[in-house]
Design a protein around this ligand. Structure first.
Ligand SMILES: Cc1cc2nc3c(=O)[nH]c(=O)nc-3n(C[C@H](O)[C@H](O)[C@H](O)COP(=O)(O)OP(=O)(O)OC[C@H]3O[C@@H](n4cnc5c(N)ncnc54)[C@H](O)[C@@H]3O)c2cc1C
Length: 508
């Protein structure tokens, strides 16, 4: 949800060029790594045992040394780390072998699908990193069930599903990966209507710390539905339920609209209106300040069946200030919408800091806080807010899930997001992010782990157990599952379940 202001202001052409450039870099670095492999795999004790001795046969590509770093391109460059090895897995058995090797060598294991994680948790210094970008597929295995590879971005699924008139509950930006999104909860344009991404995970195959791939049982599946990525083993296949595709997607978009306190009050204080709005409406807004004037860019999306949704007019009436800045677009499918939205090149591999809170009830000071946060800060900072669910929309998720109640009950997700490119600006921007997010964090106890960047000395969240996992009962249940699948705590990510413990390689 980071790039909204940029997304709407960059041309589709510039966006696709940026994406192509990023892909080209990844492909080029893969070739470099393959070439460098025989030189860079260390000799003797740290050679990758079974993997390196027969990698031609098994098809596993193992990369070590500097080349490994170039294969792991994290979307948030400020969180870039260099793993000890990268294993480019092509199958579940590649993942099994890599995990067994890591256990023997007492290495922590990290896993990367697209590298979108804002906190760089898809990699880790000195870890064995499993790169799943070649395990990319999306195919039907039932009328409304799709098997999806762990390295698959949503765009592939949206495209494959549409051929059968179906759609996944994906995120807004279709370059996001199915794995991290689903394991962390996942909200998108269809969420107010159909629930969260995690609610649509039906089955999964997971490689645990013993290096064996198994179908997840009910307890593990519950943990995978929102309990966090990189923690409960390595998922090598997801089976997700898809829903009938929207017949069209209507977008009421507005750009750079100057806003004032009254306008923001309407956003934030119209909870009843938002709650009662038909669930086929969703959207997001970005707010920032230029020359002391707060401005907003955003969209309301309608994915319901009404070809001329009545509420559109009422929405326009509700926001008369938008009239000069708003326009309505209709897309024939979610795929068209996703392609139109694209993915911002600046967001790819730029530096970024983001945090957020879930707002359940409207706090009287929210407008003041948000306007102050936006206007006190650098112009690189935006306040975003996502219309996540809206009250009672999803009362009864179809399967048990680990999604925190704060997420499920949220009307909005509000946070501050800063982009920059020069590493010399890190300290100033982290400080700006902290100053804008701290007052929000102080008024709301729940936050979305998938949209969070942590900094050692800023915005330390000592309440992370409850903030991200909703409380002791849920956390303890997740910890029990974690301990079963990973007694050695080798799948360790920051703020993941069990991350307050060290690794115990002697236990496995
Ligand atoms: C531009 C952008 C737009 C976004 N839009 C949305 C949005 O609309 N809605 C929303 O809910 N979120 C959104 N997000 C946040 C997104 O949900 C998270 O960044 C998510 O973790 C990305 O998952 P990934 O698999 O693509 O990324 P990765 O960085 O590759 O992985 C993310 C996490 O999942 C773990 N993981 C990856 N693969 C596996 C696996 N096979 N097994 C176990 N763990 C695994 C990783 O270890 C890591 O901890 C957005 C992020 C960005 C950068």
């Amino acid at each position: 949800m980071d790039d909204r202001r940029l997304l709407s202001s960059s041309s589709p052409r510039a966006r696709s060029q940026g994406v192509l450039a990023a892909l080209g870099l990844l492909v080029a670095s893969s070739f470099l790594c393959l070439r460098a492999r025989s030189k860079t795999i260390p000799q003797g004790g740290v050679a990758l045992g079974a993997i390196s001795s027969d990698d031609a046969k098994s098809g596993v590509t193992v990369v070590a040394g500097a080349a490994a770093g170039s294969l792991v391109l994290l979307r948030n460059a400020a969180k870039q780390t260099t793993p000890r090895f990268v294993v480019v897995a092509r199958s579940s058995s590649d993942v099994e072998e890599a995990v067994r090797y890591a256990r023997r060598e007492r290495l922590r294991v990290t896993v990367l699908a697209t590298g979108h994680d804002y906190d760089g948790r898809s990699c880790g210094a000195d870890t064995l990193n499993i790169n799943t970008h070649q395990m990319r597929w999306a195919r039907f295995v039932g009328p409304d069930l799709m098997s999806v590879g762990p390295g698959t971005p949503w765009m592939d699924v949206i495209e494959a599903a549409l051929e059968a008139g179906m759609a996944p509950v994906a995120g807004y930006d279709a370059s996001v990966g199915v794995s991290g999104f689903t394991l962390g909860g996942g909200h998108g344009p269809l969420s107010r209507q159909h629930g969260l991404g995690a609610d649509h995970l039906v089955a999964a195959t997971v490689v645990g710390a013993d290096g064996i791939a198994r179908a997840a049982d009910d307890r593990l599946l519950r943990a995978l539905r929102g309990g966090g990525g990189g923690t409960f083993g390595i998922v090598t296949e997801l089976v997700i339920r898809v829903v009938p595709a929207p017949k069209q997607v209507t977008q009421l978009g507005f750009k750079n609209a100057p806003v004032d306190e009254a306008f923001m009050d309407r956003f934030f204080h119209n909870a009843t209106w938002w709650k009662l709005l038909p669930p086929a409406w969703a959207g997001w807004k970005n707010l920032w300040c230029k020359d002391g004037v707060p401005r907003a860019t955003g969209v309301y999306l309608y994915t319901g069946d009404d070809p001329n949704p009545l509420d559109l007019e009422s929405m326009r009436d509700l926001y008369p200030a938008l009239k000069d800045y708003a326009r309505v677009d209709a897309f024939p499918s979610l795929l068209h919408f996703a392609k139109h939205l694209g993915s911002s090149p600046l967001g790819s591999h730029a530096r970024q800091s983001i945090a957020n809170v879930f707002v359940e009830t409207i706090h009287p000071n929210l407008t003041d806080l948000v306007l102050k946060a936006a206007c006190d800060a650098t112009e690189d900072l935006t306040i975003f807010y996502n219309d996540v669910l809206g009250g009672d929309v999803i009362k009864n998720p179809p399967y048990p899930s680990a999604v925190a109640t704060g997420f499920r009950d949220a009307l909005f997700e509000v946070g501050a997001n800063v982009f920059w490119t020069n590493p010399r600006d890190d300290a100033a921007n982290v400080q700006a992010s902290y100053e804008a997010n701290k007052p929000l964090v102080d008024i709301a106890p729940a936050s979305y782990l998938n949209e969070w960047t942590s900094h050692p000395r800023h915005l330390r969240v000592d309440d992370w157990f409850s903030r991200f996992y909703g409380g002791k009962e849920n956390y303890d249940a997740l910890l029990r599952v974690k301990t079963e699948i990973d007694p050695c705590n080798m799948f360790w990510v920051r703020h993941g379940v069990g991350s307050d413990q060290p690794s115990f390689f002697d236990r496995c």
